[in-house]
Design a protein around this ligand. Structure first.
Ligand SMILES: Nc1ncnc2c1ncn2[C@@H]1O[C@H](COP(=O)(O)OP(=O)(O)OP(=O)(O)O)[C@@H](O)[C@H]1O
Length: 343
């Protein structure tokens, strides 16, 4: 019976992000990548849709449905919805397995004890028999391939939807870090506010996000591309087409980008000189979806005087890192023993 049970149990690593949830399954790699969105029935908490399907309903949900992005700024803001969403994702990732014997979950480094507990309870509710938490910057650095076990310093900057995590790592530990609750969502919000204030135009979340991805940049590229968007006129409530320029988007996301650059500079100030020299030689590694913002690597390099590299799969680094910890528990025993919380 014991052997049968063990054969059907699986181990998974999770990046439970404000914007996206990724699941790594032991021996298989990343098996799920979905937006962290869930649609529930208004009465009761019956699941209607989760992930990509629910994301299509943002700004379009009927009145008998509650649409939720249960994580805000990297932490669980709506416990009930997070539990239903994670349970659904874990079931999908489990495939034919009957249980999850171990779950490694990435959490932002600046979270409170209550926020940590909320993650553990959500993971337990989703079916995990033992839950280990790992700091996201450490998981991201492992996933990005930084030599975090070596006695040399490396810097990782993870720009997600709700949080930006900056950390200097050395010998499986964190030497200096900053966690700011400003990232991709804050940029979307700035774009929405700008269009409302300057053009009396209200746009949905998807439109703001698309503008950021299509036109957003941290530094000028020479031209000034533009695209047409459709929004709702603030005064008449009627639909209106408006042309938005690259230079406008760059201007309105300037503030969150400044906050991110300042977090990197503050982390360097907190870093001992020997490690600063290591980082200078190896460069800074950028990951998270925000790493894909055009020109951000160049801006950071200009502001710090240090080379900046974008990780190979920036959106997957945290999940890949949790996966490596699962696959090689001996190597990462120090990371896990410090974080382990058997349920
Ligand atoms: N090409 C792009 N240009 C700019 N931003 C992008 C691009 N692609 C994705 N993003 C942004 O990346 C963010 C999502 O990144 P990611 O999946 O790493 O976040 P997360 O892990 O869910 O969030 P958090 O770490 O805060 O919990 C979103 O804000 C999204 O708009």
């Amino acid at each position: 019976m014991f052997r049968l049970f063990n054969r059907s149990a699986c181990e998974i690593g999770i990046d439970l992000g404000s914007a996206n949830t990724l699941i790594y399954r032991n021996g298989q790699g990343i098996v799920l990548a979905e937006p962290s969105v869930v649609a529930l029935e208004c009465r009761g908490d019956r699941l209607i849709a989760a992930g990509e399907e629910a994301s299509q309903l943002i700004g379009r949900s009927p009145t008998n449905m509650v649409l939720s992005r249960p994580l805000r700024e990297g932490v669980i803001a709506d416990f009930e919805s997070a539990a239903v969403m994670l349970k659904h994702f874990v079931r999908k990732a489990m495939g034919t397995s009957s249980s999850v014997s171990r779950m490694v979950v990435g959490i932002p480094s600046g979270v409170t004890e209550v926020e940590r507990r909320a993650v553990i309870e959500t993971a337990t509710h989703a079916g995990a028999r033992s839950v280990h938490l790992i700091d996201e910057p450490l998981a991201a650095a492992i996933g990005a391939g930084l030599p975090v076990t070596a006695p040399v310093g490396g810097m990782i900057v993870d720009i997600g939807g709700g949080t930006t995590e900056v950390a200097v790592l050395c010998h499986q530990g964190c030497v200096a870090s900053q966690s700011v609750r400003v990232a991709g969502d804050a940029m979307n919000e700035c774009i929405t506010q700008y269009l409302r204030k300057h053009y009396d135009l209200i746009v949905g979340e998807h439109t703001a996000e698309q503008l950021k991805i299509d036109l957003g940049s941290a530094a000028g590229s020479g031209g000034d591309r533009s695209i047409e968007v459709c929004g709702q006129d603030l005064l008449s409530s009627l639909p209106r087409i408006h042309v938005v320029h690259e230079s406008e988007v760059r201007e309105c996301i300037r503030e969150p980008i400044r906050t991110i650059v300042d977090a990197v500079r503050r982390t360097l100030e907190l870093t001992p000189p020997q490690l600063v020299a290591d980082i200078y030689r190896r460069g800074i590694v950028l990951c998270g979806g925000g790493a894909l913002l055009r020109g951000l690597d160049e801006l950071l390099a200009a502001e710090t005087g240090i080379c900046v590299h974008i990780a190979e799969s920036p959106l997957a680094c945290v999940a890949l890192g949790t996966g490596q910890v699962l696959e090689n528990p001996q190597k990462w025993s120090r990371v896990l023993s410090a974080q382990a919380l058997a349920v």
